[in-house]
Ligand binder design. Structure first.
Ligand code: NAD
Length: 499
């Protein structure tokens, strides 16, 4: 059986004996064992990061950028095997895994711009013979704690900018699918990254809490569920660290009466059921405006949902794969039961789905609910499975209020032909990322990604300009040259210009 080790100081680092199971969700069998860190492995990761970071911070930014350039080439050359490895532990289709790697790779491409991105500011002659300038210096050692659902993209959102800025990084990936994160670190070494700058430490809550408490860690980036995001944010703050923590979601799509219904229905199918709904930007609530729109939408969705084919990642015709674990599958099944008990109408029922030849796999068929109410649990809770709920709104204001008043505020979309409606919606909706006829409005690498409300804790988002701010700290220098310095002490508050 495969055995997945930690990756410390540029090489595989065996653990102290505590192991976790890694499943192949397609077959339901244990596919590998993963080492889970104890204090000795944590100390080793921190020691290697500490030893390597000062020289890396002193390496000029162009050389750091060249490592990222080679890394991008290596990722491209290894796309297919990385994607297959990912699908084997995550369950999603290989095409979907390629997209996961691609979106992370784009952040590494963005980080190649580090000589330009991390430039400071300079004011020549801020006062008589006085110059003022600011430097963006790395924070030191950063930690990334990542979820199972994007085992390449989300680690790269974090470590690519962090490392380009001159930091060392400890990645604590999800213990559900830990192989790809290790491969990503190996490829960084192959690209020329000095050992110790990127370490991978496997583990669960204990490892996370030990990292959060460790005085050597300066910054923490977290992506996962909201209760854990809130915990990590509070713990990081308690230990005096900067933190950005991203949580769960319940993304709405508002369908206006003038929308192109065929286009909207196709978009909802891809965004609702792709990756078995295990995406933080998945659409999980469709909000048609008006009864007539709702009837047309449900009529367009029903045959499409019925036609969806779950399957193993090895089957090229599969639309989506199994859920990540048996617990995840049972949780989704429980929520669907709850929805039925609450009185929502289950228009397409995927509960009985069985994958022939893969009876032990963690499959769940696509479900479609209609007549969902905002008081129901299936509306309030993030389902994170192949389930789309239709909640009928009487008018635009009610639809806007639904998306705005939900506790989560990650992504939202509106489908309309009206520029007025789209513009008003984008301006007023209380959600961080908005799509106009775009169901999954995930910003590209050079913009920042981040939700609002209980989808995010902290004030700086992932990748894009915010990431450079998060992974650096600003130092501001005020310099005066002797020729302008007068005689004697000055006791009043220094003021450069008096008008
Ligand atoms: P999770 O919260 O269970 O785990 C995330 C990480 O935290 C993992 O590395 C895990 O080992 C660790 N962890 C788990 N429990 C912990 C605890 N009690 N204390 C400390 N650390 C703990 O999330 P998941 O199931 O891996 O991922 C799915 C969730 O992530 C969904 O809620 C999804 O919406 C969210 N997500 C959000 C975004 C975003 O950008 N907002 C992106 C992707 C996923």
């Amino acid at each position: 059986m495969r055995h997945i080790h930690h990756f410390i100081a540029g090489k595989a680092h065996p653990g102290g004996g505590t192991l976790g199971d890694v499943f192949n969700p397609a077959t339901g069998e244990v596919d590998a064992k993963v080492d889970l860190a104890g204090p000795a492995e944590l100390d080793a990761a921190i020691a290697s990061a500490r030893a390597a970071q000062p020289a890396w911070a002193a390496t000029n930014p162009q050389r750091r950028a060249r490592v990222m350039m080679r890394y991008v080439e290596l990722l491209n050359a290894n796309l297919k095997p990385l994607a297959e490895l990912m699908s084997r532990e995550h369950g999603k289709t290989v095409a979907d895994s390629i997209g996961d790697i691609q979106r992370g790779l784009e952040v590494a491409e963005f980080a190649i711009g580090i000589p330009q991105l991390a430039k400071g500011e300079f004011t020549d002659g801020a006062g008589p013979n006085i110059d003022m300038y600011s430097l963006r210096q790395p924070i030191g050692i950063g930690v990334g704690i990542t979820p199972f659902n994007f085992p390449a993209m989300i680690p790269m959102w974090m470590f690519a900018p962090a490392i380009a800025c001159g930091n060392a990084f400890i990645l604590k990936p999800s213990e559900r699918d830990p192989s790809v994160p290790v491969r990503l670190a190996e490829l960084m070494i192959e690209a020329g990254l000095p050992p110790g700058i990127l370490n991978v430490l496997h583990g669960g809550r204990d490892t996370v809490d030990a990292l959060l408490a460790h005085p050597a860690i300066a910054g923490v980036s977290f992506v996962g569920s909201t209760p854990v995001a809130a915990h990590v944010y509070a713990e990081a703050a308690r230990h005096g660290k900067r933190a950005q923590c991203f949580g769960g979601a319940k993304n709405h799509a508002v369908i206006m009466p003038d929308a192109d219904m065929e286009q909207a229905a196709d978009a909802l199918i891809g965004a609702g059921y792709g990756s078995a709904g295990e995406r933080c930007m998945a659409i999980s609530v469709a909000v048609p405006v008006g009864e007539e729109t709702a009837n047309r939408l449900v009529a367009a969705l029903k045959p499409r949902v019925e036609a969806l084919k779950p399957g193993p990642y090895t089957a090229s015709e599969a639309d989506f794969g199994p859920l990540v674990t048996v617990e995840a599958r049972d949780r989704v099944a429980g929520l669907v039961e709850k929805g039925v008990a609450e009185g929502a109408k289950l228009v397409v029922d995927g509960r009985g789905f069985k994958m022939q030849g893969y009876e032990k796999g963690f499959y769940f068929g696509a479900c479609l609910f209609d007549h969902v109410k905002s008081s129901m649990d299936i509306y309030k809770t993030e389902i994170f499975g192949p389930v789309l709920s239709v909640l009928r709104a009487k008018d635009y204001e009610e639809a806007l209020a639904l998306a705005s008043n939900h506790e989560y505020g990650n992504g939202v979309a509106i489908f309309t032909r009206s520029g007025d409606a789209a513009r008003d919606f984008a301006a007023r909706v209380d959600v961080g990322m908005v799509g106009v006829n775009v169901p999954i409005p995930t910003p590209l690498a050079y913009y920042s990604f981040g939700g609002w409300k209980r989808s995010a804790f902290g004030d700086l988002a992932q990748h894009g300009p915010d990431s450079i701010r998060f992974w650096t700290r600003t130092k501001t220098v005020t310099a005066r040259w002797p020729s302008s310095v007068g005689k004697g002490a000055e006791f009043s508050m220094p003021v450069i210009s008096k008008s």
